[in-house]
Design a protein around this ligand. Sequence first.
Ligand SMILES: [Zn+2]
Length: 151
Amino acid sequence: MLAVRQRPLAGIEAPGVVSALRFAARSAFAATVSPHPPSRVERQQRMSDTEAASVLQSAIAALRPHPTVTIDDTGVRRGFQTAAQDQKLIEGVLALAVVEFLTGPLASRLRSCQAPRCVRYFVQDHGRQQWCKTSCGNRARAARFADQRRD
Ligand SMILES: [Zn+2]
């Protein structure tokens, strides 16, 4: 058996925590697409909404963000500063991006791809889009055709 040694990502000391954050993020995606179906991964196993919210909230809180306001000739911008570094910074920024996205204008167009073997979520470009990319659509049509031939 070949042993594969993975090099840790820069700044990641506890990859398990990042995996938990990913699990929380995907569970939040699954909650957001409702009443549309979640990805096949979240249909099998999903973090509770309360636990997912707690994981994301803790990661953001660890940033200890300080709000900033910038005003110049181009307008007013808000942001935040943080002294967090390394893993806490990565976790917090990831969690913040997830929450910003899922509370933003694109969240209502989030869907899970229902093509065979696909576990992705995507933002619909139009109301009838069912697959994340063309190859998933082709795979789904081929599977449907094979099912019809079988019957
Ligand atoms: Zn897909």
